[in-house]
Design a protein around this ligand. Structure first.
Ligand SMILES: *Cc1c(COP(=O)(O)O)cnc(C)c1O
Length: 415
């Protein structure tokens, strides 16, 4: 067989190895391969497809926009599509939450948003060093990698990753150590060797790092520590934002207002690339053009992003349904975990995981699930966590079908 993927595409490819088939169509919670076989998708584009594949409501707006020759490429020129997006974001996201942010379009990927946040934090504070957390994931460019934990990904940089210091994430010591004991001591001891940090960058729930959920009180403690020491707080909500944990922003539950927020993945709504960096107005010290990017004004993505906000964030229906569905997933994972020694249920909202002591198990379960036509990936430093992230629009029936496959797959591997 002439496998053009194996012969021509770089060895760097990875998901095509996890799921060895060729996908062709997609709709809602399903991907279909070229033979027409449906796969239930509990992966959701790593969080880029919160509203499902080819969501018909968004598609309609997109097709209308393309059909009338709406601007496709616009750098950061003012366009009608961008105006509608900004107005809708203000009305449906910022205002109801009492949030006040300026919006930067940094280039269409998550790592673009993280890079802009790091640059801006350094510019605002005149400090160099950034605090990151164990098992963090912030993207693949050098600044983002410097605040990412995974040693394999870091190794890819090929140069020293500097001006960043990792600190223990919530529960890193299994509750044995008071929160911020080490971090606070380092900040307060002029002999610690820690330069005064410009900012901390944090995920409220670490998706790639193993579905590690931080507690609201831990986030509040971190926020207070930031204020006390003049550090900016950057929340990387690239994967957990846009409702993945229930509320639009994953930090809402903690009642904090980070200085800078990174959004991408599902913000475009349709799986089209788009990223935002939200900046407290007093911190918006950019010079015009000081940070830019050719594709930062992805206008078709503005159109689908606007419609997604109107459709799903005008009220709290989606938020409530995500929390309810998440609790259902959590209950099933608890049930599975209780039947297998060393298994632990993790996560919140519809970002869920099943961790295994034996680091080979999650990968095997993912494979067994693929054989049963369910897509789930693994996460964590040793890929030891089965990661369960259906689209938020998943139906109750689809959810139950998928969960039964999760049960069967774990059973098949651990029986
Ligand atoms: C995916 C992700 C990124 C990087 O986004 P890209 O679009 O892949 O550059 C950054 N931070 C978090 C938390 C992510 O999940």
């Amino acid at each position: 067989m002439n496998d053009i993927f194996a012969t021509l595409e770089s060895e760097v490819r990875s998901y095509s190895r996890t799921w060895p088939t060729v996908f062709d169509r997609a709709r809602g919670s399903y991907l279909y391969d070229e033979d027409g076989t449906p796969y239930l998708d509990f992966f959701a584009g790593a969080g880029a497809l919160n509203y499902g594949h080819n969501n018909p409501v968004l598609k309609k707006k997109l097709l209308e926009y393309l059909e009338r020759d709406g601007v496709t490429h616009g750098l950061d020129q003012s366009t009608v599509a961008k105006r509608q997006f900004l107005e809708t974001f203000q009305e449906t996201v910022l205002k109801p939450r009492g949030l006040n942010y300026k919006i930067q379009f940094p280039g269409p990927t998550g790592t673009n948003s993280v890079e802009s946040a790091l640059k801006l934090a350094r510019k605002i504070t005149g400090r160099e060093s950034i605090i990151s957390f164990t098992n963090a994931f912030h993207g693949m460019t050098l600044g983002s990698l410097s605040v990412t934990g995974n040693s394999m990904k870091r190794g890819g940089a090929g140069i020293p990753l500097v001006h960043a210091t990792p600190m223990p994430y919530d529960d890193y010591f299994d509750g044995q150590v008071p929160d911020f004991l080490y971090f606070e001591k380092m900040l307060e001891d002029s002999g610690s060797g820690l330069n005064e940090p410009a900012a901390v960058i944090v995920e409220t729930l670490q998706g790639e790092g193993g579905i590690n959920s931080s507690r609201p009180e831990w986030l509040r403690g971190l926020y207070e520590l930031c204020q006390k020491h003049g550090m900016l707080m950057i929340v990387d909500d690239v994967q957990m934002g846009c409702g993945r944990t229930g509320p639009f922003f994953s930090f809402e539950e903690a009642g904090i207002q980070p200085d800078i927020v990174c959004l991408s993945k599902s913000i475009g709504g349709y799986g089209l690339p788009l990223a935002l960096t939200l900046i407290k107005p007093e911190h918006d010290v950019w010079e015009p053009g000081e940070h830019n990017g050719t594709f930062r004004g992805n206008n078709p993505a503005f159109v689908t992003a606007t419609e997604a906000l109107r459709q799903y964030w005008s009220d709290d229906t989606l938020e409530k349904s995500t929390i309810a569905k998440g609790e259902r997933v959590g209950a099933v994972l608890e049930e599975i975990a209780s039947q297998h020694k060393g298994a632990v249920a993790k996560g919140r909202g519809l970002a869920r995981g099943l961790g295994f002591e034996d680091t080979d198990v999650a990968g095997k379960v993912s494979k067994a699930a693929f054989d049963r036509k369910l897509l789930m990936e693994t996460s964590g430093p040793s890929s030891e966590v089965l990661k369960i992230m259906p689209p938020l629009t998943v139906s109750d029936d689809e959810l139950e079908q998928g969960l039964q496959i999760v049960r069967d797959s774990v059973q098949a591997v651990l029986a």
